[in-house]
Design a protein around this ligand. Structure first.
Ligand SMILES: [Fe+2]
Ligand SMILES: [Fe+2]
Length: 262
């Protein structure tokens, strides 16, 4: 028997459903395939299916199309609930930067989503210049403002439980902290490099090169509407110095504009 799904990507519930089909029909083997259109191309969806089915000896991935399986949870996964994906592929979704565009569009207003894409692009370029991990840099850029749309009430609720010491900081900064919570909880993203960079991106108090890249990229992405060629050049030469310079300038700017020291 062959069962086919869109599997964009395969969810844990669908995997359980397949196991049940095999059991109910008293099959020794069950053949499974991918069909149709998806965000990911069919070859990648098939590769993920193979990974997900790896622990199950009696399930095989084939290319012929069979009975269609209804999609369960796939849309939620594409929007960032990676914890609903089949166990064996959750890490892979993160590592390959899958669905980042869909996630950002689902979580952010269009202008914020566009900003996130530009930040991600600058992060990737700076990582390239400094021989760092470009995929990781792109990922943190795409995800850094993921909870920016949340109301203060929503932010407060999460911080009260997960990071109460930050409640005394201005609510404008809260999204840096709530994003880390959201990424762990929904995407199962626990990479400290990415999480730290996001945690520190608003205040600019990070210390790693990735922290500096995100802080700088957020400030100099091309949509900001001011000439950033000097800062860009500085960032390509030395990330530590460039981050310090941009931080000092932004403090001076805020002081001038609002008369307060930050
Ligand atoms: Fe931000
Ligand atoms: Fe931002």
């Amino acid at each position: 028997m062959i069962v086919s799904g869109i599997f964009d990507p395969i969810s844990q519930k669908e995997l359980q459903e397949l196991l049940q089909i095999r059991r109910k029909n008293h099959l020794r083997d069950l053949e499974v395939s991918v069909y149709g259109e998806g965000v990911l191309d069919i070859a990648e969806r098939r590769r993920l299916l193979v990974l997900a089915l790896k622990p199950y000896r009696h399930m095989h991935v084939v290319d012929e199309e069979g009975e269609h399986l209804e999609s369960i949870d796939e849309e939620k996964i594409r929007q960032g609930e990676f914890r609903l994906a089949a166990k064996g592929i959750r890490k892979e979704l993160i590592e390959k930067n899958h669905y980042l565009d869909v996630i950002v569009d689902a979580m952010c207003k269009p202008s914020r989503a566009a900003h996130s894409r530009r930040v991600a692009q600058v992060c990737r370029e700076l990582a390239h210049v400094h021989h760092l991990d470009e995929a990781k840099a792109y990922r943190m850029g795409m995800l850094h403002d993921i909870t920016k749309k949340w109301s203060d009430e929503e932010g407060e609720k999460v911080l009260k439980i997960h990071d109460p010491k930050q409640l005394s900081v201005s609510p404008k900064v809260w999204h840096s902290f709530t994003a880390v919570y959201w990424l762990k909880e929904n995407m199962g993203l626990h990479d400290p490099t990415v999480l730290n960079a996001i945690y520190h991106h608003t205040i600019g108090d990070g210390r790693s090169l990735y922290d500096h890249i995100l802080y700088i990229a957020d400030k100099i992405e091309p949509g900001r509407g001011y000439d950033v060629s000097r800062q860009r050049k500085a960032a390509e030469e030395n990330l530590v110095r460039a981050a310090a310079m941009i931080l000092a300038e932004s403090k001076a700017y805020i002081f001038e504009k609002e008369g307060i020291h930050v």
